[in-house]
Design a protein. Structure first.
Length: 426
């Protein structure tokens, strides 16, 4: 039977997925955000994940009307799964989406979840909501599966169609159907997991592994700072060994690496295990912003620069380079810590939405041309716009073109550093 596909949630994950399917078949794209739907109808994607040309060449029917889901028999769920302030899983968006789907499905529908969850969440949390809202029985009237999303915001090489897709289903027949649907658009092919829980676990450990590797680099950066050794130079030397893993220190935010491990630790504690290594890594990464801020203050004191009342510019506010995504950006940690020292902090970003920055963090982004020359600059997010200007960008940003530059991700060429600039790298 030909599947009529609907995608629920048209953000960084759902939109590229819907557009890819929409190049080969008719598809329904649903989101509760009516402004988002109207923008997509006009061919505009504020996330910059889908090119304008691709938007033109897709047949996605964008809608904010949940009743339209009733026309689909294969529904993919790609809504956010954030964490609470207490760093516990926040399944509210996922369960709300499940309720909406349940109210608008017919018999025989397959629902595939892509949102990151802890092992067991699909069957233990989502299925009961689907059943209650629909009045139907899972495994008889409708079916579920799980296929973890692997979208990397801003990455134009590793995309939905070029990354192997892990798929799973509650029985063999459902699994084969899900594999065939995804296999029709994913050029890299599919990997059939033996169960939904296996697929859920695979997703959550992918980012947990990265989190732990980065936390090791961040701890090394702290050690090397005390030893007066350049971390980037150490990693360049160590990286000449064939099996040395290529990870670098830095701020760990966003909606994946800085969030997903808490889904695993939550479930681990529920079953009676305290995940010491994972939580230690999370603690290390969560403290990086404070380390950067305090290190800057120490550098200023060494240079006999006044701390209280000084001006520091943060160059970049998104969670990573070349994306407008502000979710869980850890740059805010640097802002908070510097302000505690009585420092005037200016924040600018070439790609972030000023309205969103103010609403989410209370930060008023300053346009590049309106920045006041600062005593120091923390180069937090190496957007391409900044890298293209190189060291010359600091002629305007620093008072009289001299001062301290903290290159968080070691993207500036140390060998061409101007003599009147003091460089520090994480």
């Amino acid at each position: 039977m030909e599947q009529t596909i609907a995608v629920v949630g048209l953000g960084y994950v759902g939109l590229p997925l819907a557009v890819a399917f929409g190049k080969k078949r008719d598809i329904i794209g649903f989101d509760i955000n009516e402004e988002r739907i109207e923008a997509l109808k006009q061919g505009y994607d504020k996330t910059n994940e889908v090119e304008a040309e691709d938007m033109k060449n897709t047949t996605v029917e964008f809608t904010a009307n949940p009743a339209d889901l009733n026309r689909a028999n294969f529904i993919i769920v790609a809504v956010p799964t954030p964490i609470t302030e207490n760093k516990q899983p926040n399944l509210i968006p996922l369960l709300k989406a499940s309720e909406t789907i349940g109210e608008n499905i017919s018999k025989g529908t397959i629902i595939v979840y892509e949102s990151t969850v802890y092992p067991g969440a699909t069957e233990e949390e989502c299925v009961p909501v689907l059943e209650k809202a629909s009045g139907l029985k899972c495994g008889e009237d409708f079916f579920v599966g799980y296929s973890p999303e692997r979208i990397n915001p801003g990455d134009k090489e590793h995309t939905f169609t070029t990354i192997t897709k892990v798929v799973s289903g509650q029985n063999e027949e459902v699994l084969e159907t899900i594999a065939a649907v995804y296999g029709s658009v994913v050029d890299a092919g599919v990997h059939k997991a033996s169960s939904i829980k296996v697929a859920e676990a695979a997703k959550v450990i992918e980012n947990t592994q990265r989190d732990l590797n980065i936390s090791l680099m961040n701890e090394l950066a702290v050690i090397f700072e005390k030893l007066d050794i350049d971390t980037a130079e150490v990693l360049a030397a160590a990286g000449t060994k064939w099996n040395f893993l290529n990870f670098s220190p830095g701020l760990v935010g966003g909606h994946c690496i800085g969030v997903d491990p808490y889904y695993l630790t939550y479930k681990a504690q529920k079953v009676g295990h305290h995940p010491e290594v994972i939580l230690a890594g999370r603690k290390t990464n969560d403290n990086v912003g404070k380390f950067i801020a305090t290190s800057l203050v120490k550098q200023m004191i060494k240079k006999n620069m006044p701390v209280q009342g000084s001006t520091v510019t943060l160059l970049g506010f998104t969670f990573k380079e070349n994306v407008p995504d502000l979710r869980n950006t850890r740059v805010i940690d640097i802002v908070t810590e510097l302000e505690d020292y009585g420092i005037k902090v200016q924040v600018t970003d070439a790609q972030a939405d000023p309205v969103e920055a103010h609403e989410e963090y209370g930060i008023d982004l300053i346009s590049y041309k309106e920045l006041v020359p600062a005593d120091a600059v923390v180069f937090t997010v190496p957007h391409e716009e900044y890298l293209n200007e190189g060291w010359g960008i600091f002629d305007q940003l620093l008072k009289h073109g001299k001062g301290i530059v903290f290159d968080v991700k070691s993207k500036l060429d140390k060998m061409t550093r101007p003599e009147n600039i003091e460089l520090w790298r994480l």
